[in-house]
Design a protein around this ligand. Structure first.
Ligand code: NDP
Length: 322
């Protein structure tokens, strides 16, 4: 289903409202229109009759956005992480919430994680530093099998990334809340197993949702359980990690290097010491994004399900936070 849209049969009633400060309305409108030609699609700024809105496709809308939409039937989070949505006060009761669940988004995330992991596995940051000193600094590469990669979070994105990592011959450990099975990945579940996974990770990849249970999960004590010199990759949410403790451990070498796409405060403030650390690679929260052409198929499918009176697929559980 990836890489293209196709018209679907069915006539959803009402209109869809779109809001995102990051995504292009016309691109999304065209992609959705190709799937659901009869659906009225409005930008939030065009809405004159909030009661006629049955579907909302939104990323971080302003407070009160949903207040007057009293006939909403489905909220679609324009992204995978729903942490900014689930705690809102203006969410109507009993309206299902879904998120983007799209193979192209998982592929894009796995690409970033592969790049970052292999960069650490092949010690590229160390060679970059040697190059800046004009030094031919030979270091014999390690066998992929001898490099242990821990993946925290084995959901839509995490499971795909773990699968791609084990395809590289790396030793991959996974961690989730409920038991999972991924061929070639040593899967662990539950809080009791977390410290074991961390202690065995030469490279730790964070791919958990931000929820009340995972907020601050990687505090100083847990980060200190990493083998000395381990690398850290965070593509999930900054608040999962104690950023001050992580910075201190990067400074003293306990954490050897990090690739960080997410931060406690975004944009990362200009005076943050992480910007100037040689062993840190910073990207501005773009490890993966929703891709209209492929995601529209999933969104349209769910709109039609709801229009037929069925539950949407991939519904999130607000009480669980993801
Ligand atoms: P999912 O919701 O599909 O999966 C979440 C995974 O985390 C599941 O394996 C779940 O366990 C596990 N988990 C949740 N809570 C706990 C807990 N308390 N203890 C142990 N495991 C837990 O998420 P995705 O894979 O789709 O995405 C992960 C996160 O990536 C998103 O929430 C978002 O924050 C971030 N993201 C970042 C992007 C970026 O550009 N940087 C882009 C897109 C997403 P179980 O399997 O048992 O349910």
């Amino acid at each position: 289903m990836s890489g293209g849209t196709q018209a679907m049969t069915g006539h959803p009633s009402g209109a869809l409202v779109f809001y995102s400060a990051f995504d292009d309305f016309d691109t999304w409108k065209n992609a959705l229109h190709a799937c659901l030609p009869s659906l009225r699609i409005l930008h939030a700024s065009e809405v004159t009759d909030p009661a006629g809105i049955h579907y909302a496709l939104a990323w971080k809308p302003p407070a009160g956005f949903f207040d007057s939409m009293r006939n909403l039937r489905l909220i679609i989070n324009l992204g995978a992480g729903v942490d900014a949505l689930v705690g809102r006060k203006d969410l109507p009761a009993n309206v299902p919430i879904t998120r983007i669940t799209d193979p192209d988004m998982a592929r894009m995330m796995a690409g970033y994680v592969l790049f970052a992991t292999l960069r650490h596995a092949r010690e590229i940051p160390w060679f970059e530093q040697a190059q800046r000193r004009g030094e031919w600094a030979y270091r014999h590469p390690r066998s992929p099998r001898d490099i242990r990669v821990g993946v925290l979070g084995l959901g839509e994105l995490g499971a795909h990334a773990a699968h791609e990592l084990q395809r590289q011959g790396l030793t991959v450990l996974g961690w989730s809340r409920s038991p999972r099975e991924i061929p070639g990945v040593r899967c662990h579940a539950g809080m009791d197993a977390l410290d074991t996974v961390i202690a065995q990770s030469d490279i730790l990849v964070i791919m958990l949702p931000l929820t009340p249970q995972t907020h601050g999960l990687l505090g100083r004590e847990r980060l200190e359980r990493l083998p000395r010199g381990a690398s850290l990759i965070n593509v999930a949410r900054g608040a999962l990690v104690d950023q001050a403790a992580m910075t201190a451990l990067l400074r003293d070498g306990h954490i050897g290097a990090a690739t960080l796409d997410v931060f406690t405060h975004e944009p990362l403030p200009a005076d943050d010491p992480l910007w100037r650390m040689e062993n840190v690679l910073i990207t501005p929260h773009l490890a993966s994004v929703a891709i209209p052409a492929s995601a529209a198929t999933q969104i349209a499918g769910n709109i039609l399900r709801v229009a037929r009176g069925e539950a949407p697929l991939h519904e999130i559980d607000p009480s669980r936070g993801y």
